[in-house]
Design a protein around this ligand. Structure first.
Ligand SMILES: CC(C)=CCNc1ncnc2c1ncn2[C@@H]1O[C@H](COP(=O)(O)O)[C@@H](O)[C@H]1O
Ligand SMILES: [Zn+2]
Length: 381
């Protein structure tokens, strides 16, 4: 729906009727929003890089375990109000990788990240990560992937209130041969992981390599039924590269910051994305702190949302960008004056755009319905 025209499916009459705003409640768009609403809201996270999602407490533990590295916490996180260039952000991932260079570290960070998303009200999570080999510790790419899968399985066995899937990431900096190996690995694991590995991500420095080099690997992935979530138009002036990746077409687009004509993209690109109904994974804090978007109110969420195009709010790297998925929902709501019904429908629609099998989607929709009833009574509608 267009911002301005507010439907009332979340039945927020009670809120509208209350004129006073207490210290505990915030007014957004003339509604009164309880402070923990965004955390309680059931959510779907579809764009989270494992190593970028490691939280301060986990990093503190890893730093303490490896004092010889002389890593300070400020080297791994961009605090509120701060920003960095893309190059600086990518340097931060290198620092984090030094801290997560053993099987044990990968297991620990995966378990912690899952726990933290669950505590933030995320009911379905798609984690993505680049299989990494570390000669110094004997970590192999195969063991890396197996370890993430083991951590996901163990979280489930421990009854974490969250369903988790895994996308293997292709880092553009590593070139087409590694990309093809990653696709083959994803193929193998999609058969042996009990449905945990569902697809691939294309990420890494958007200025590295050229999209055309990755088309054969990505095409192969598509041919064998793996899903594709591709970072696309994350930086300006990549129209030709973007066009090429869109012809696959991907199942979801990461960022898509520079697709539309106002920012140097084109109407043709927008029309193509709309015609193929390719959902956009939008990460507001990441884009502002990474300086590809000037400010929250200039975020391309507004452009696509007003076109009624599928938009999914995501964190990207909740550790590095010091955010949570609930914070991203709150940011979108306050920046673009979304009401409760808009927020609820954003979080519900994200279920449709996940790579989960239909049985899981169906179960999530039931959970949403149940939680809506519970939240409605808590909020005294
Ligand atoms: C620089 C910046 C603003 C980052 C946000 N946007 C991103 N764009 C492209 N690739 C990314 C981004 N954030 C994380 N990644 C990828 O995810 C990796 C970290 O997670 P992992 O090791 O794959 O588990 C990074 O090394 C990088 O390859
Ligand atoms: Zn990303």
């Amino acid at each position: 729906m267009n911002i301005g025209a507010k439907p009332n499916i979340f039945n927020e009459e009670k809120f509208r009727g209350e004129n006073k705003v207490t210290n505990d409640f915030k007014a957004v768009n003339h509604e009164v929003i309880p402070p923990d609403l965004y955390q309680k809201l059931p959510k779907v996270e579809l764009h989270a890089h494992l190593n970028g999602s490691v939280s301060p407490p986990t990093l503190e533990r890893l730093i303490a375990k490896k004092p010889h590295l002389n890593i300070e916490h400020s080297m791994t996180v961009i605090s509120k109000g701060q920003s960095r260039t893309l190059e600086e952000c990518f340097e931060m991932f290198k620092v984090i990788h030094q801290l997560t260079n053993t099987e044990e570290d990968i297991f620990e960070v995966t378990k912690d990240v899952i726990k933290e998303f669950a505590a933030d009200g995320v009911k379905y999570l798609e984690l993505r990560s680049t299989p990494r080999e570390e000669k110094s510790t004997g970590l192999t790419k195969k063991r890396y992937v197996e370890t993430v899968i083991e951590a996901i399985k163990q979280s489930k066995e421990e009854n974490a209130d969250i369903e988790v899937r895994f996308l293997l990431a292709i880092d553009r900096r590593h070139g087409p041969a590694v990309a093809m190996d990653t696709v083959k690995m994803a193929e193998d694991f999609s058969l042996s992981s009990n449905g945990i590995v569902v697809g691939l991500d294309l990420s890494g420095d958007p200025m590295a390599g050229h999209s055309k080099d990755f088309i054969p690997a990505l095409q192969r992935a598509k041919n064998v039924g793996l899903k594709l979530a591709l970072h696309l138009a994350e930086v300006p002036s990549q129209k030709e590269e973007t066009e090429l990746l869109l012809t696959l077409p991907p199942d979801r687009i990461g960022h898509g910051t520079f697709l539309h004509p106002e920012v140097g993209g084109s109407q043709e690109l927008v029309d193509y994305v709309r015609k193929n109904c390719i959902p956009l994974e939008l990460c507001m804090t990441s884009n502002v702190k990474g300086q590809t978007v000037a400010s929250y109110d200039k975020h391309h969420f507004l452009y696509w949302y007003n076109l009624q195009h599928p938009c999914i709010l995501c964190t990207d790297d909740k550790g590095v960008f010091a955010t949570e998925l609930s914070t991203e929902y709150e940011l979108a709501a306050t920046t673009f004056s979304l009401n409760l019904a808009d927020i609820w429908s954003l979080s519900t629609q994200a279920i449709d755009y996940s790579f989960a099998p239909s049985s899981v989607k169906c179960d999530l929709r039931h959970q949403w319905l149940k939680l809506k009833t519970e939240m409605t009574s808590t909020l005294r509608f």
